[in-house]
Design a binder for this molecule. Structure first.
Ligand SMILES: [Zn+2]
Ligand SMILES: [Zn+2]
Length: 302
């Protein structure tokens, strides 16, 4: 297959014990530098999680090299084409956990995890009555786009999930709960934790939202809005059918809007939705207060 665009973005993870992970990370950094890749890769005793961009040849070489290591032989890569790099730099970081959760051994996907649903199974199951669809991401990701009827946990950071689940879902332990996230890695942690807390029917969307959007059969159906991604693209389309609709609105005028911008008040920098008109009118500020802030990036227009 001949690609349309010269670059590719890879998204991948694998939970597998990595002994001597600090040394592994050093070697991995060398490999990525050699291949001229850019992006963010996390390495921990429990596995690897990364998103990188590079040319088709570079990313292909990366995939082949990684799969030669038997620990990663079956690693799934989600691949998007791109016109260029979508990251400025390359980071290979060593962390205690792939996704910070701090609930101990019980929350480890190496021990147990929720059942996997393929995009087709997910599409069918999410329409059944009496299921809870739980967004496994943070609130600002939800606001750009989400599965129809999904619960929006008011969490600013992933590590707030355990407490929120204990306080809000404890009475639903026998209910079917479906979780989803961008590429699947957070759901591995989330469902591992929920199973250990006694939730009996927890399932996760295999390969995450991005895989769902690429599936030929479902074509992203029942996904509203766009999907937040942690690179320069910010938002990617998921629903490729005519039922696609925007869910986010400009915080100033309320018109449908999918432009995420950062508040130009340097002491705020809050990400918010703003249409082109309102961005100009407010000097890209999220509030009246920020608009008149001292440390502002933009000059006042005459
Ligand atoms: Zn507006
Ligand atoms: Zn602000």
């Amino acid at each position: 297959m001949i690609p349309d665009k010269p670059y590719r973005v890879l998204l991948y993870y694998k939970f597998v014990p990595i002994h001597g992970y600090a040394l592994f990370a050093q070697h991995h950094l060398q490999l990525c530098r050699l291949l001229n890749l850019r992006g963010r890769i996390l390495i921990s005793p429990e596995g690897i999680n990364g998103t990188v961009s590079g040319t088709t040849e570079q990313t292909e070489c990366y995939i082949t090299t990684l799969r030669m290591d038997e620990r990663f032989a079956d690693m799934q890569f989600k691949i998007d084409e791109a016109n260029g790099h979508v990251f400025d730099k390359l980071f290979v970081r060593v962390k205690d956990e792939l996704v910070t959760f701090r609930v101990g051994e019980n929350g480890s996907p190496l021990k147990q995890t929720g059942t996997y649903l393929s995009p087709e199974e997910w599409h069918r199951t999410m329409q059944q009555e009496d299921v809870l669809i739980l967004d496994g991401r943070t609130d600002y990701e939800y606001d750009l786009g989400h599965f129809r009827n999904a619960i929006r946990p008011p969490v600013k950071s992933f590590r707030d999930f355990p407490q929120w689940i204990r306080e809000n879902l404890a009475s639903h332990k026998d209910k079917t709960i479906l979780t989803y996230c961008t590429g699947g890695v957070r759901c591995e942690k989330l469902t591992a934790f929920m199973v250990s807390e006694g939730f009996s029917r927890v399932a996760q969307l295999q390969g995450g939202i991005v895989t769902y959007g690429k599936d030929e059969h479902v074509q992203g159906k029942l996904w509203d809005g766009l999907c937040y991604v942690f690179d320069q693209r910010i938002a990617v389309p998921i629903n490729h059918t005519e039922e696609y609709r925007l869910v986010s609105v400009c915080i100033h005028c309320g018109s449908p809007c999918d432009r995420y911008v950062n508040c130009a008040n340097l002491d705020c920098h809050k990400q918010h939705f703003a249409c082109v008109k309102c961005e100009q009118k407010t000097r890209r500020s999220c509030s009246q207060e920020c608009q008149s802030a001292q440390r502002h990036e933009l000059p006042i227009q005459q």
